[in-house]
Design a protein around this ligand. Structure first.
Ligand SMILES: Cc1cc2nc3c(=O)[nH]c(=O)nc-3n(C[C@H](O)[C@H](O)[C@H](O)COP(=O)(O)OP(=O)(O)OC[C@H]3O[C@@H](n4cnc5c(N)ncnc54)[C@H](O)[C@@H]3O)c2cc1C
Ligand SMILES: *[C@@H]1O[C@H](CO)[C@@H](O)[C@H](O)[C@H]1NC(C)=O
Ligand SMILES: *[C@@H]1O[C@H](CO)[C@@H](O)[C@H](O)[C@H]1NC(C)=O
Length: 533
């Protein structure tokens, strides 16, 4: 009953706002088991994201109770005379409004404004189904990775490939790639999925994999939500390690730093005891105590003085590596780490080691989140820029950006680590740079209104533009990760050779171009034009 009333409101709003000639009973006939709402707190939540830089209000929000609800809504959008847009929203951790839509409906895949750890939509959807023997878990597309981890750990298993932060949705990271320090070894998260259930832009619920509907499977992986809504994912598992040895070492010499990182990722084919399990790194530009929210390495107890380490050009580089272990390897872990470290050329006095349970390592960023939240420093604008830089030009990038454009203020962590391209599947929608190895460079900055001009949103946004212009003019051949463009020509350039395929897949799977319009890749078909276009 309550659902019916809310639906009527939603429909009135749809009609009032876009002047749709849509018959209200059309949406009423949807009969979703979840909740379709125009409640202002739901609409507000769906209008914003982690970036806090763009805002777009949907007409209504759907909290689905099952994949069938998603089907009913997309079918209504696809089949109606006027049509409306539909955007799946995971945890809303995009930067530039990618999960938002105006004149359409946002599907809250990871729950509503319930806060905290959001569970699968009530009732209908099973909690993760773990198959220990087969080495995979089936999860709802809106499930957060933290919940996937907690559930699988109860069975002594865990996914292989991660993101640094776990309060992200499975569907959201699979729509991009999902990367962290394990990617050199296991590939990105999109290389660790066996099967998906997807609701296409025509409202068809299809199971897809390498063997079945493979075109849809590859399209959706890294597909930026353009081809369908992921309602279920089957994720590869491995036996979960118990503990993690976590080590960081520092470099002042960039070429020594990248040589060592590239050496460590070249060991991907070696037996487990002869390689690290995780390889990342970061750039330290700020003088003095390093306020790096990503890592407990840099605490007042453990200060790093750039000047005392003879940094070349005022910049230091931090290599971060881990080795997993459990009872069976507890006697050899020290030797294994020692043997690997011996091959590296870092500043000898700079080694810092810590040891912690596997789950605490994987969930490390959440600790920092809680700290920042308590100081009011989490819900601030995040003009983040993520780039894939080819190995052949990473030294030019260092000179031009880390030792150039950035000056000596960074306003947040800057990550840098290489990945092996042979762990990425070229049939997916994701694009990577030329060459067998490329780096992620992630400038994860927060804008603050403190009166310090270098911390302002305008300053950081301009600096991002300057960095992109530098890369363009120097012909560095970067590709944006979590890409953001505002014109279709920029998207065509981004996809390069892949644009034809991307476009063809769009025509096949979302011919009315109603899905994930917040990415601003395709305009919805001409029978209706959301205001954002
Ligand atoms: C603190 C923080 C740390 C991060 N760390 C990493 C990291 O280490 N590695 C990394 O790779 N990324 C990282 N990210 C980026 C993250 O992967 C992206 O924000 C991604 O979009 C996932 O977030 P989300 O689940 O909230 O998706 P949303 O922002 O809600 O959605 C992103 C896009 O995917 C679409 N989408 C969402 N759900 C679905 C679905 N079920 N089916 C189809 N399309 C869908 C949306 O329409 C939208 O276009 C980080 C982000 C933050 C804020
Ligand atoms: C930096 O490291 C590279 C590679 O190890 C080496 O060839 C070079 O001499 C080093 N530069 C300095 C200034 O130490
Ligand atoms: C770096 O910081 C110092 C103050 O610590 C300042 O005087 C100097 O101009 C800065 N350099 C750059 C390149 O921004």
């Amino acid at each position: 009953m309550a659902t019916k009333l809310l639906l009527t409101f939603a429909i009135c709003r749809l009609i009032a706002t876009v002047g749709l000639t849509l018959d209200p009973t059309e949406l009423l006939r949807l009969g979703v088991d979840g909740q379709l709402t125009v409640d202002s707190s739901d609409v507000d939540t769906a209008s914003l994201d982690f970036g806090l830089m763009s805002r777009a209000e949907p007409l209504a929000v759907l909290h689905p109770a099952s994949a069938e609800d998603v089907v009913r809504l997309v079918q209504a959008a696809y089949g109606s005379a006027q049509g409306f847009t539909v955007s799946a929203r995971g945890h809303g951790h995009s930067i530039n409004g990618q999960a938002q839509t105006t004149n359409g409906v946002v599907i809250e895949m990871s729950g509503g404004s319930r806060g905290g750890v959001w569970l699968s939509p009530a009732g209908k959807v099973d909690s993760p189904r773990v198959s220990e023997k087969l080495g995979y878990v089936d999860v709802w597309g809106g499930e957060l990775w933290i919940d996937v981890l907690k559930t699988t750990l109860q069975y002594g298993v865990a996914p292989k490939s991660w993101t640094d932060y776990l309060y992200l949705s499975v569907g959201g990271t699979l729509s991009n790639a999902g990367i962290s320090g394990q990617a050199f070894n296991h590939g990105p998260q999109i290389s660790n999925v066996h099967e998906l259930d997807v609701v296409t832009g025509k409202g068809e619920l299809l199971t897809c994999s390498e063997a079945q509907n493979s075109e849809l499977f590859h399209a959706v992986l890294g597909g930026l939500g353009q081809f369908g809504i992921i309602t279920r994912a089957r994720i590869a598992l491995e036996p979960a390690p118990q503990r993690v040895r976590w080590i960081r070492v520092l470099y002042s010499n960039f070429s020594a730093f990248t040589r060592d990182q590239e050496y460590l990722i070249s060991l991907h084919g070696q037996p487990a005891h002869q390689k690290f399990d995780y390889v990342e790194g970061s750039v330290i530009v700020d003088e003095g105590f390093i306020n790096n929210w990503r890592s407990s390495f840099f605490s007042p107890r453990n200060p790093v003085k750039i000047s005392s380490l003879g940094a070349d050009g005022g910049v230091l580089y931090c290599l971060e590596i881990t080795k997993n272990y459990d009872e069976s390897s507890i006697d050899t872990i020290d030797q294994e780490v020692e043997a690997l470290l011996k091959k590296l050329d870092f500043i000898p006095a700079s080694v810092f080691t810590t040891d912690l349970p596997y789950v605490d390592f994987l969930d490390r960023v959440h600790k920092a989140e809680l700290k920042l939240r308590s100081k009011g420093l989490w819900d601030v604008p995040h003009p983040w820029l993520n780039l894939f830089v080819p190995k052949s030009r990473i030294a030019d990038f260092d000179k031009g950006v880390f030792k150039g454009i950035l000056g000596n203020k960074t306003s947040g962590p800057i990550l840098i680590y290489p990945m092996n391209k042979n762990k990425w599947d070229d049939r997916t929608s994701v694009v990577t740079p030329e060459g067998d190895v490329f780096y992620l460079v992630a400038l994860l900055r927060s804008a603050l209104d403190t009166g310090d001009e270098t911390k302002s949103l305008e300053y950081l946004t301009n600096q991002n533009r300057q960095i992109l212009r530098f890369c363009d003019e120097a012909g560095i051949g970067v590709k944006q990760y979590l890409p953001h463009y505002t014109t279709q020509q920029e998207w065509v350039d981004h996809y390069g050779d892949k644009w034809g395929l991307f476009n063809q897949r769009k025509m096949e799977f979302d011919p009315r171009r109603i899905l994930a319009t917040g990415q601003r890749i395709f305009k919805p078909s001409s029978s209706f034009k959301p205001a954002s276009w």
